[in-house]
Ligand binder design. Sequence first.
Ligand SMILES: *Cc1c(COP(=O)(O)O)cnc(C)c1O
Length: 347
Amino acid sequence: MIKLRKNIATMPGYVPGYQPEDPAAYIKLNTNENSYPPSPKVIEAIIAEAGEGLKRYPEPASRAAREAAAKLYGFPPEWVIMANGSDEVLNNLIRAFADDGDEIAFVYPSYSYYGTLAEIQGAQVKTFGLTDDWKIKDFPHIYEGRIFFLTNPNAPLGFTFSQTYVEELAGRVSGMLVIDETYADFAGTTSLELVHKYDNVVVTRSFSKSYSLAGMRLGLAIARPQVIAALDKIRDHYNLDRLAQAAAVAALGDQEYLRETVKKIRETRQWFTEQLEKIGYTVIPSHGNYVFATPPDRNGERVYQGLFDRKILVRHFADPNLGHGLRISIGTREEMEKTIAALADIG
Ligand SMILES: *Cc1c(COP(=O)(O)O)cnc(C)c1O
């Protein structure tokens, strides 16, 4: 008799965006990956590491990567932890701060995986909606749950909460405020300075989007040393393999490449937004590498299907509050030109 924990048996599990078997057959704009390749220095570093040395375990603390990140962001290395994708550190934050039955919360809509991670842990989940001017609806004077996750810029909608507002929230959360800055490189704004000012603030970053390294699984978190020490106890002791550590150091070391890639994506985002508006779409001004766009007939499903038939993958959420639109990742200019042509054709 197989006896699962009750919450595991009953939870539906997270459904990631569709990953086709032959991604090259599609224009793939459904999971906010980067259409540009990683920095050539990253590929070189991975190749250089891919030798006999792989028979040895990696450096357990990912020391070199932590130091590179600490230097880049202006923190001592004890304030940084490297993660096997930022998803790993989000998971470990819940494990560190929320017991069975404790509550965590996040904004709806944002990254629903926080809810899945909480369910695995047996934590309760609360969500807060949004006001029309992108504030959090009915946020209490003091939120008393263990963690409040704030995705900034917001995904899938693409707007940002202002830094003043984020700072206000830091003072209104009695537990931890985890600011998921997966898309911050595209926004050019960050709440990192709040980690210096407030001991309950954690900022997470991912290498999957801005650094074009979704396939390497790399992320990091910056927080007070006591928080980092707790996360270090929980993580898999060899959480980053040798190739990932080499890739992280090289990626963080090539900020010029990051800047160039981000600049191209921001320019294309601007162009694509204007083109969408010309064909009657409503677009939320985006600070990420994606836009949330609504067709004139507010039938996201129909347009999703039309694009799918033309081998263009975008994200449609079967959700009463999001089903009218589509989240479209910003690829290369050429990919977005083809997407606009397809959308005009679909009508
Ligand atoms: C993509 C994404 C993540 C996951 O990042 P990984 O580093 O690939 O694990 C986390 N949060 C948000 C909001 C994301 O969009």
